[in-house]
Design a protein around this ligand. Structure first.
Ligand code: NAP
Length: 321
């Protein structure tokens, strides 16, 4: 019987389905160091499924016959793809099914930061609403403003659609390659990064994390933004220099930030917690019941396809290159 290692919590129905057909080992952080468990269990494993763990030579080296790692995510920066290529291990991911939900969250952050929603929610509950609100509680308009999207991929395009049709926004975008057809649908104008930062009222980062997007936004980039700009990051924490962001927020170089992702997660004891103009969410871009079920189902299908000697639909490294 083929062996499957489950390296994070997954949906119970999918787990039960796996257990019907395969020998399944579920790793459990309560039973000791997770990397030690991976090194032990991967030796004779055929497949792995899960999310949120760094998998690379340090824990995968003992693998003898691992055919596929099926990640329950679209982002795959936790995996050392060049090492997987060397070992001829497929990496499958779950694009598309989380696009709309993650775009919804980007807009949740954008609106929350613009209208100071978490601050005013706490303020109201603390009984501070004693007379009509004053300028300190005022937010900024969203409708009709300029939205700059960095990374016009699947999620970036879904964010653009919301801005264009829902909020009559003027859409700018930056991408390594121009996306002429996608951009046409939202009348989105291409800008180089500096121009986008200078001209946008709202800036949303939706790139994948790669060598070029690592630390793409730092002090120099925050200096280019408008004083009233709202900055949103739903991509990956490492795309942004978090210290520079904190300084920009502290010094009111920008109006506010809406964040779902951080350099180090889970976020603990951060200076961001002290800043009323930072909206901080715990990496929940795709975290709705329906979307997570779709993601794990797709990850399951990718895994089963590989174990049945078929090519999964969504491979990051189909040809190991
Ligand atoms: P995608 O379709 O691959 O889009 C990524 C876009 O970023 C592409 O258009 C890519 O185009 C562009 N890009 C990459 N590097 C760039 C750079 N240095 N400068 C400018 N543009 C760059 O992926 P997606 O499905 O939209 O997902 C995007 C990312 O969002 C994922 O990789 C993941 O990290 C993150 N995400 C987060 C959550 C969450 O829970 N917060 C949920 C889902 C996804 P070019 O390569 O042509 O430049």
């Amino acid at each position: 019987m083929k062996k499957v290692v489950v390296f994070s919590q997954i949906d119970q129905d999918v787990l039960a389905q796996l257990q019907q057909d395969y020998r399944v080992v579920v790793l459990n952080p309560k039973l000791g160091d997770i990397n030690d468990q991976i090194r032990t269990e991967v030796v004779d494993a055929d497949a792995m499924i899960g999310a949120g763990r760094l998998l690379n030579e340090s824990n995968l080296a003992p693998a003898q016959k691992l055919k596929i790692i099926s990640t329950v995510s679209v982002g795959y920066d936790n995996y050392d793809v060049s090492y997987l290529n060397q070992k001829k291990i497929w990496l499958a991911n779950t694009p598309h099914v989380l696009t709309e939900t993650t775009a919804d969250l980007a807009f949740t952050l954008l609106l929350s930061a613009a209208r100071k929603v978490p601050y005013l929610d706490a303020w109201t509950k603390q009984g501070q609403w004693k007379r009509t609100v004053s300028t300190e509680q005022f937010g900024m308009d969203v409708f009709g403003k300029t939205l700059g999207i960095i990374g016009l991929g699947n999620i970036g395009a879904a964010i653009a659609r919301r801005g264009f049709y829902g909020f009559n926004m003027n859409i700018l975008y930056h991408n390594r390659r121009e996306k002429i057809e996608v951009a046409q649908a939202f009348n989105a104008q291409y800008r180089d990064l500096d121009q986008l930062l200078q001209q946008s009222d709202f800036i949303v980062v939706a790139v994948d994390l790669n060598h070029e997007s690592q630390a793409l936004i730092g002090a120099e980039q925050f200096d280019l933004m408008q004083k009233h700009a709202v900055f949103v990051n739903i991509a990956r924490g490492s795309v942004v220099d978090e210290d520079a962001l904190i300084e920009a927020l502290k010094q009111n170089k920008i109006f506010a930030a809406g964040l779902d992702v951080y350099a180090k997660e889970p976020l603990q004891n951060s200076a961001l917690f002290e800043l009323p103009n930072a909206v901080t969410l715990p990496h929940i871009g795709s975290a709705t019941t329906e979307t997570r079920q779709k993601m794990v189902k797709l990850a399951y299908q990718n895994l089963v396809a590989a174990l049945q000697d078929r090519t999964p639909h969504y491979l990051v490294n189909p040809k190991f290159e």
